[in-house]
Ligand binder design. Structure first.
Ligand SMILES: *[C@@H]1O[C@H](CO)[C@@H](O)[C@H](O)[C@H]1NC(C)=O
Ligand SMILES: *[C@@H]1O[C@H](CO)[C@@H](O)[C@H](O)[C@H]1NC(C)=O
Ligand SMILES: *[C@@H]1O[C@H](CO)[C@@H](O)[C@H](O)[C@H]1NC(C)=O
Ligand SMILES: *[C@@H]1O[C@H](CO)[C@@H](O)[C@H](O)[C@H]1NC(C)=O
Length: 397
């Protein structure tokens, strides 16, 4: 444990910044649709109910500023762990992929997975009272939520297929969907994985490591991170804060944020102007099972369904959870990865691409070695390093 923290501290010593952080601003208090409208883009909010009763929120930017109607090319964007549809617009009109794609002529739809603060609702369960509400991992997000939202969009727009772009858990849920429900491959023109997460045994996030190899009593761990909803305690954040917090303003703000504590950050890619709105919208919430399912992946080295331990037999009729069958995934996939990513390690991405076989249409290493897991969403250079290439590849399909 001490070694891990030493390692953690070492990484953070490399982080520094001179940017001043502005005081809290108006944008930090606006909802996703309010933000989009404020910046002059058309916006719609839609609600979809899954077969198991979760009420999900979808946000849509039907077209860009320079057109009056959607051209029928749909880009579906799915956020990562502890995030929401806000991810795609938070960095503003010049950097937010949601705006950039709308201006490129796409009809942009941004999903929200069950349990985040925009999809924290159910037809019969109360998320504040019923622990049953929180009994899901990213398996259900991939097997139920994403296909439900895709079907809703295709029906409403009278289209047959769409482009899918995922970040982090948004890639995991994509692999779950297309392997568990292979008929959905036909509804995808191409998928773009930003910071792909299938296999995880080479990841270097110290916090994920602690959860994966926790050897103490489980109830102690759950006291620290939450029982149903992932809500790290003050003690847990203090543990992180001691090593994550530097003296400057940016690290001070981010070191108390659970999302950045899990994923890390590089201050040189952080635009101080957007920090208030960024920390106003993240972390957006998740279930403890989502986090534990990732911890299991780190531990097992596999890409498998949730491990219920002694209860596996009841769920799967086997002693170990079944692996996701990557050979069922057929729609073309492009993988974007980087060397400073704490969660998506190069060896794991290469293994994933091999497992996907001919569906792995290309993999691209971000040229900047400092680029981190969250920089795909919030980094100053995300358009230049990642989005430009995504957009030119989309045009080929
Ligand atoms: C959008 O529609 C308005 C009113 O119909 C028209 O004046 C405007 O030129 C249109 N804009 C574009 C970019 O087509
Ligand atoms: C920082 O964000 C603001 C607001 O979105 C934007 O105007 C500015 O260009 C960004 N700065 C950089 C260096 O990307
Ligand atoms: C939850 O969904 C119900 C509709 O089933 C709606 O009446 C209620 O306002 C929603 N609650 C929240 C917090 O969105
Ligand atoms: C939906 O699209 C099909 C062709 O793809 C077309 O025949 C049909 O008229 C469309 N329906 C609506 C309601 O636009």
């Amino acid at each position: 444990m001490h070694l891990l923290f030493a390692f953690f501290g070492f990484i953070l010593l490399a982080v520094s910044s001179a940017n001043p952080v502005p005081a809290d601003d108006e944008d930090a208090h606006l909802t996703v649709p309010e933000l989009i409208a404020k910046y002059g883009y058309p916006v719609e909010e839609h609600h979809v109910t899954t077969e198991d009763g979760y009420i999900l929120t979808l946000h849509r930017i039907p077209h860009g500023k320079n057109s009056n109607k959607s051209l029928g090319k749909i880009a579906y964007l799915q956020h990562g762990l502890l995030s929401s549809s806000a991810d795609w617009i938070i960095t503003g009109t010049t950097h937010g992929l949601g705006y950039i794609l709308a201006d490129e002529g796409y009809d942009v739809w941004m999903g929200n997975a069950r349990g985040n603060k925009l999809s924290r609702n159910h037809t019969s369960l109360n998320p504040d009272k019923d622990s049953e509400f929180w009994k899901f991992s990213w398996h259900q997000i991939g097997a139920i939520d994403v296909p439900t939202m895709i079907d809703y969009i295709l029906e409403l727009t009278n289209q047959t297929n769409l482009y899918h772009i995922g970040h982090s858990q948004g890639t995991t849920s994509y692999y779950v969907m297309t392997s568990m429900r292979p008929e959905y491959n036909d509804k995808i023109k191409a998928h773009f994985s930003l910071a792909p997460i299938g296999y995880m045994n080479h990841m270097t996030s110290p916090l994920m490591h602690i959860m994966a190899f926790w050897s103490g009593p489980l109830d102690l761990l759950f006291n620290l991170i939450g029982v149903n909803e992932f809500l790290p305690s003050n003690e847990f954040m203090a543990l992180v804060g001691n090593v994550l917090c530097g003296d400057d303003d940016i690290t001070q703000i981010l070191c108390t944020n659970a999302l950045f504590a899990v994923c890390g950050f590089s201050a040189s890619e952080m635009n101080a102007t957007i920090l208030p709105v960024l920390t106003g919208h993240t972390p957006a919430g998740a279930s403890v099972m989502q986090v534990m399912h990732y911890a299991q992946e780190i531990n097992s080295g596999g890409f498998r369904q949730y491990d219920f331990g002694l209860d596996n037999w009841n769920h799967y009729h086997s002693l170990t959870p079944p692996p996701y069958d990557l050979s069922k995934i057929t729609a073309p996939i492009y993988l974007f990865y980087s060397h400073n990513d704490w969660l998506s390690a190069e060896q794991d991405v290469i293994k994933l691409c091999k497992g996907l076989g001919s569906a792995c249409a290309g993999k691209f290493l971000v040229s900047d070695n400092g680029f981190n897991h969250l920089d795909y969403m919030f980094g100053i250079h995300a358009p230049e390093y990642v989005y430009d290439r995504v957009i030119s590849l989309m045009a080929r399909h």
